[in-house]
Design a protein around this ligand. Structure first.
Ligand code: NDP
Length: 280
């Protein structure tokens, strides 16, 4: 379990990934985006999660460059993730998409590059491209997103490199018990997207009861639950006070019983698309 904001989890290839990061889905290019990235890094975040489809890699890159200079950090002290979009899941097109993401970000490597969605019949070709990038030392780690167990099994039948990370929707109403167990057995790190269910969980009665009990916010209870499950998480906020709040998770511990009560909120309910039934 990570013990502070800059603590890392060691991936199966030995790469070290911060256990908490900032997400920037739905944050458009512009000063709010640049500022959110800078604010997070100034407050100690060392991991930023973006994707080509978010159309905000330029601002993320600007925020990163300015933050590195302001905080006298070296590039290798940050962990930057992006993702190859569904339209680019061929071998050559995934290689080209990587270069285009680097270009927009103004970086010469990524720490983690993910296949964004398991598009049937396409993700194996894209995986070969990610393996090439990894084999050439162009990217520190490679992984997938929105993969169910059967997608992982299918991919690993022909993969030379096992994915280091699987980033999926994960929160108290979608606890992904089987996937969590499977990825643990396989040494694939699970990473939670929409950990706060995009805000929908904030008025849940049990989570509010626990927030009062521990003297924490509902967001902090949820994010701490992620960490205690060994799941990396990337809450999104552009507000400084929430960016700070979401990282203050290291001065309390949820009891085993309360962890189980939160697990009990599971309804297998998604806020995002179902990886077995999406059409984009
Ligand atoms: P989150 O569950 O992180 O929720 C974000 C929402 O919660 C925003 O409206 C934010 O508002 C609000 N919020 C954040 N912190 C707090 C707080 N402490 N108290 C109250 N409200 C809060 O949703 P996301 O969908 O953004 O998921 C996180 C990240 O995961 C994304 O940004 C993206 O990087 C990644 N992701 C990946 C996907 C994939 O397919 N791989 C799909 C979806 C997301 P405000 O900004 O105003 O504070």
């Amino acid at each position: 379990m990570i013990k502070n904001l800059q603590d890392t989890v060691t991936l199966h290839n030995g790469a070290r990934m911060p256990g908490l990061g900032l997400g920037v889905f739905k944050v458009e290019e512009g000063p709010e985006l640049v500022q959110a990235v800078k604010t997070a890094i100034a407050h100690g975040y060392r991991s930023i999660d973006t994707a080509a489809i978010y159309e905000n890699e330029e601002g993320v890159g600007q925020g990163i460059r300015e933050a590195l200079a302001d905080n006298r950090l070296a590039r290798d002290q940050l962990f930057v993730t992006s993702k190859v979009w569904n339209a680019d899941l061929g071998y050559e097109s995934a290689l080209a998409a990587y270069e285009a993401s680097l270009e927009r970000l103004g970086l010469d490597y990524l720490d983690l590059y993910l296949i964004h969605w398991p598009v049937k019949g396409k993700y194996k070709e894209a995986w070969r491209a990610l393996e090439t990038l990894y084999g050439e030392g162009r990217v520190t780690a490679i992984g997938v997103s929105n993969f169910q167990i059967h997608h992982l099994e299918d991919l690993m039948q022909c993969a030379a490199v096992k994915p280091m990370v699987n980033q999926v929707e994960f929160h108290p109403r979608l606890t992904q018990k089987d996937l969590l167990r499977y990825t643990r057995e396989q040494a694939i790190q699970l990473e939670a997207w929409s950990p706060l269910m995009q805000g929908e969980l904030l008025d849940d009665p049990l989570l509010n009861e626990l927030a009062a009990k521990y003297g924490k916010s509902v967001a902090q209870i949820i994010l701490r639950w992620d960490l205690q499950h060994g799941v990396i998480t990337i809450p999104k906020s552009t507000k400084e006070h929430r960016i700070i709040e979401n990282a203050r998770l290291f001065d309390f511990e949820l009891s085993g019983e309360d962890m189980e009560r939160i697990d009990g909120l599971n309804e297998n309910r998604r806020v995002g698309p179902d990886p077995d039934n999406f059409d984009f």
